[in-house]
Ligand binder design. Structure first.
Ligand code: C2O
Length: 589
């Protein structure tokens, strides 16, 4: 992959921050494997000075909060029971995809840091509108605010340049973790994903409001989950003369082309609009309803001081990431702007995309069944981020203050949520319980004997070059309704290792039939692994895992009494990728 030239960018790339950051040379990082969540894989490759640091820090932490969560750390000697925090002073050059010229994106210099205080309570919260429903007065306001933001000097922390830089710094490893100068700090692929982006938008919105002296100004959301005008790039962002426009988007994905929430890069679907809508609705159902029944499966897995992100939640994986990739411009080397992290914040559409992601967090908490609530783990609640506010103050915020948007002064405009009733259906109608008598392994899954034989012969670690089918044992059968509510059955694809420079996607099917196309609307489609490219170190490997909640799926497929399931992995783009193991676990949180 190569880089776009700096001169062609509409937004200046560099910040003027270097003076405040003496350590701008990025030290070469040791090659480390990324750590899966505790129950997945352990990082044995962390440089040896870390344990000492963690020890000290652990003692300090016992002082103010007690040693929490220690039991879950048994498998991970390097993560400590402590919240994460980015080390502001150590901000350095980000790690960028190959060919992108070195770019500074650290925040401008600061003299002091203030702690976040809630805005004064309002009688009624501000309402963030759905972008397809806004009126001309609203658009005029947003355009005016954004033009002013874009006109600020690039070193002003409120400028659009700096707002865009926030994503680059936080998402491309410009920071290390406080107390762990050799460990990159990350906000994706873990439980930090939702709170980080919520805070990011919160300050972006406050700055815009203050630039037009309208404290009520609220950013719009791209309602991509709603077929009533939401599943296209909102027209307010496509007017080429508007400050809301960004030329670096996929020209083939302009309205009226419908967004594909399960987008496989470079493969535009030949689906009819009707099929596309129904796939999108099923994708939403899966991501928010059936695969997100416990906090870690929806919000993401833990990320603790000294450790690595534990894995993305269902919504971050799909549709959040596919929407980035679908919108980014394939004429650019890395699908800039939205299709790659370092430049994503340069497209005003980014903030509308993430407002909808943020809205999903609110919706998720209102749904029945399962444990759809925020984590109570202090390592989550006390995690820290820093943002500049509308008065150019650098503000220290914590995850715990982001949980309730009403306290932050806003809500989302209610619109239809048509996917709530779009439960995927099995390709094959459920067998009549009485008639279900298993004759052979092959018959029980409706697969050919040849394929069944192939499935039982897969060995790990496996290299995924083409479709692979394997058999996975289920440790607990025929669980009661109470057991299922208490513990989610999780399919863990463990030790997924690939080159960080490359984007990657593979799909996971369960008990699919041979050679049949499985769509998001089929129960057999368990989920996907998706990653966008981020680093330039071409041999920097990521090791992570994918966790998919499958309790509902097994019910739908009438497979709750089966002692094995057939799992098929289908590479969609990127690679090579290796996989250590596929197994079933049970999770409560
Ligand atoms: Cu920080 Cu949508 O990514």
């Amino acid at each position: 992959m190569s880089w776009i030239s700096v001169t062609s960018l509409p937004i200046p790339l560099s910040s003027s921050s270097s003076s405040s950051f003496p350590h701008l040379t990025k030290h070469r990082k040791p090659k480390r494997h990324h750590l899966c969540k505790v129950s997945c894989h352990t990082n044995h490759d962390v440089p040896n000075e870390e344990p000492k640091a963690s020890h000290n820090r652990r003692n300090v932490l016992i002082g103010f909060g007690g040693l929490y969560g220690a039991s879950t750390l048994a498998d991970n000697p390097f993560a400590i029971a402590a919240p994460t925090s980015p080390d502001l002073k150590g901000c350095g050059l980000p790690e960028l995809p190959e060919g992108v010229p070195p770019t500074k994106c650290c925040p401008p210099k600061y003299s002091n840091i203030i702690d976040f205080k809630f805005p004064r309570p309002r009688r009624t919260p501000r309402v963030r509108p759905a972008a397809q429903y806004v009126d001309d007065t609203y658009v005029a306001k947003y355009k005016k605010a954004l033009s002013k933001m874009k006109a600020l000097p690039p070193d002003d922390p409120r400028s659009f340049t700096q707002q865009a830089n926030v994503h680059c710094a936080y998402c491309n490893d410009a920071y290390h973790q406080v107390g762990f100068p050799k460990i990159d700090y990350k906000v994706h692929d873990s439980w930090l994903f939702f709170p980080f982006h919520r805070w990011y938008l919160y300050f972006y919105e406050r700055i815009l409001g203050s630039l037009i002296n309208d404290p009520d100004f609220s950013i719009p959301y791209w309602n991509w989950d709603n077929p009533y005008g939401g599943m296209v790039i909102p027209s307010i962002f496509t007017d080429t003369n508007s400050p809301l426009y960004d030329p670096r988007r996929n020209v083939d994905h302009q309205p009226p082309t419908l967004v594909n929430l399960d987008y496989n890069k470079n493969k535009d679907s030949s689906q009819s609009p009707k099929q596309q809508i129904s796939n999108n609705l099923a994708t939403m159902y899966k991501s928010v309803v059936s695969c997100g029944k416990i906090p870690s499966l929806f919000l993401g897995s833990p990320y603790r001081a000294g450790g690595e992100p534990g894995g993305a939640g269902s919504l971050e994986t799909v549709p959040h990431t596919p929407v980035h990739v679908w919108t980014g411009d394939p004429r650019q080397p890395h699908r800039e702007d939205l299709g790659v992290f370092y430049s994503a914040g340069r497209d005003p559409l980014f903030y509308a995309h993430h407002a909808n992601v943020d809205r999903m967090w609110n919706i998720w908490k209102t749904l029945p069944r399962g444990k759809r609530r925020d984590f109570t783990d202090k390592d989550w609640l006390e995690s820290i981020f820093y943002f500049y506010d509308e008065n150019k103050n650098l503000v220290r915020v914590k995850v715990k203050d982001s949980c309730d948007t009403k306290k932050l002064g806003y809500v989302y405009k209610d619109v239809e949520i048509p996917w709530l009733g779009e439960k995927p259906k099995p390709r094959k109608p459920k067998s009549n319980a009485k008639a279900k008598k298993k004759v052979s392994f092959a018959e029980s899954f409706g697969v050919s004997a040849a394929r069944a034989a192939e499935a039982t012969s897969v060995t790990f670690p496996l290299t995924l070059n083409s479709k692979v089918t394997t058999v996975v044992k289920r440790p607990k059968l025929s669980r009661s309704t109470e057991e299922k509510e208490e513990e989610e059955e999780v399919l863990v694809i463990d030790g997924i290792e690939f080159d960080m420079e490359k984007a990657l996607k593979f799909d996971v099917f369960i008990n699919d039939e041979d050679e049949k196309e499985i769509k998001p609307g089929n129960s057999e489609f368990a989920g996907s692994f998706v990653s966008v490219s981020h680093s330039m170190q071409s041999n920097k490997k990521v090791k992570t895992c994918l966790r998919l909640g499958i309790t509902d799926l097994l019910e739908d497929l009438d497979a709750e009494d089966d002692d094995t399931i057939v799992v098929t992995l289908v590479p969609k783009y990127g690679g090579p990728v290796t996989i250590q193991d596929i197994k079933i676990e049970f999770a409560t949180e």
